[in-house]
Design a protein around this ligand. Structure first.
Ligand code: UD1
Length: 418
């Protein structure tokens, strides 16, 4: 396990470019399985989660070529329909590969997915949606086998607007007979990106970005080039890094409309935000103000920014209250922040953060991807040296985080041994 060593106390200043979106890349890579030819993808971030997904594609029989920001996937000779357990268990979003394999072959076998330990994360909504599409599901000793003669369009009303389930339904029904309608669909920008990519291939998906999505079965998809959207959670994380250090950041980011709730909360906390074509400017105040946050499905405040914002608020004037409504186990970072001097109390879904005057460097452990990032932010402003261990979690989702922060003036490096 590696660590970040951070010397705190430097204001971040300068310009930084946001990488391609992790959460858009994963279902889009899965979508390439549906195209029986070549899909060329641009700006896929080079992070552990995309590498594992591409490993699975190779195992299935896809040819994968990587060169300078481009990934070329040829899915013509895919033969395998089973995802090996050792790869499936490494991350939760491997579950969307099931929808793509099913959509292509009407058959898929996989184990329960893994991922960050931030709550129960069941896949019941995915499986009940597959059943509605006419797919038989057999579960035995941790493995799930899905099979049918044909996938038939259906009306699927989701009990909760699950991002992964919405993506899985779209992927499984691209070639379905007739029309599939998802109501109470997730409205996240990553779903819009997946639908845009699939529609470019020739799929017929309408309504992505609203809570009703209609998929009319297509006969054939075609080869495309596609550039994935930028990562809105990375954008938010870098802005918060600017905010917590009292810095001045210019973000090269083309879709500020995706981060409206984050920008609103940063403004409420006293940051000056200016948006110009393809750029977001953030100027932090000397002292941030406390704000209250409730995580909600998009377009609400994203759960993936909850920990990062919490750490930003540890030094704010006053008391902030956070309510986490999406995942029940997303406060594990709080115990680590407390080691650095933060005052946080957790009760159920609620975190109360009393702003303190300073944080102090300490040895702290990443508990999950975003929980790890929040400790890095705390380290940037803490007095002395902070060691963030288990950064493999962070490397799963942030591309070149240390390099980007260094370019903004931070002192951070990776220690492979710690
Ligand atoms: C995706 C994102 C993740 C983000 C989350 C919520 C990816 C790779 N990951 O995760 O970063 O935090 O959306 O915005 O895109 N649920 C069920 N049954 C199901 C599916 C989900 O009960 O079958 C529950 C989950 O336990 C959770 C909530 O629904 O409480 C949201 O989950 P979901 O929207 O599915 O998140 P993911 O797709 O896993």
């Amino acid at each position: 396990m590696s660590s970040y060593i951070i010397e705190g106390g430097r204001k971040l200043e300068g310009e930084v470019t946001v990488s391609g979106s992790k959460n858009a890349s994963l279902p889009i890579i899965a979508a390439s399985i549906l195209n029986k030819g070549t899909t060329k993808l641009y700006d896929i971030p080079n992070i552990q989660d995309t590498r594992i997904t591409l490993e699975i594609l190779k195992y299935l029989g896809c040819k994968v070529k990587k060169s300078h920001g481009k990934i070329e996937i040829n899915s013509k000779n895919v033969t395998k329909k089973e995802i090996p357990e050792h790869l499936m268990s490494q991350m939760r979003s491997t579950v969307v590969l099931a929808g793509a394999i099913l959509g292509r072959f009407k058959e898929a076998r996989f184990s329960y997915p893994g991922g960050c330990d931030i709550g129960a994360r069941p896949i019941d909504l995915h499986l009940s949606a597959f059943k509605k599409l006419g797919i038989n599901i057999i579960e035995d000793s941790g493995f799930i086998t899905c099979k049918c003669d044909k996938i038939v369009g259906a009306n699927i009303d989701l009990d909760f607007p699950s991002v992964g389930a919405t993506e899985n339904i779209i992927l499984a029904s691209v070639y379905a007979e007739g029309v599939t309608t998802i109501t109470n669909a997730a409205m996240e920008p990553e779903i819009v990106d997946l639908a845009k990519c699939l529609n470019k291939m020739g799929a017929k998906i309408e309504g992505a970005g609203t809570n009703i999505i209609k998929i009319t079965g297509a006969n054939k998809l075609k080869d495309i080039n596609y550039t994935v959207m930028q990562d809105r959670i990375e954008a938010g994380t870098l802005l918060c890094a600017g905010a917590i250090t009292g810095g001045n950041i210019i973000l090269n980011y083309k879709t500020p409309e995706h981060i409206t709730p984050i920008l609103n909360k940063l403004e409420e906390s006293g940051c000056k935000i200016k948006i110009e074509k393809d750029k977001v400017y953030l100027q932090a105040p000397k002292k941030l103000k406390a704000v209250d946050i409730k995580t909600m499905p998009y377009p609400g405040f994203p759960t993936d920014m909850q920990s990062v914002f919490a750490s930003t608020l540890t030094l704010a004037k006053g008391t902030s209250m956070i309510i986490e409504n999406i995942f029940e186990n997303r406060y594990r970072y709080a115990a680590e922040l407390k080691k650095m001097g933060a005052k946080i109390t957790i009760e159920g879904k609620t975190a109360v953060i009393k702003g303190v005057r300073k944080l102090s460097g300490a040895k702290v452990k990443s508990t999950d991807l975003r929980g790890g990032a929040c400790l890095v932010l705390a380290g940037l402003v803490a007095r002395g040296t902070t060691t963030v261990t288990n950064i493999e979690y962070i490397l799963r989702g942030y591309e070149k985080l240390d390099e980007k922060l260094t370019n903004l003036g931070a002192k951070i490096y990776i220690d492979e041994e710690n």
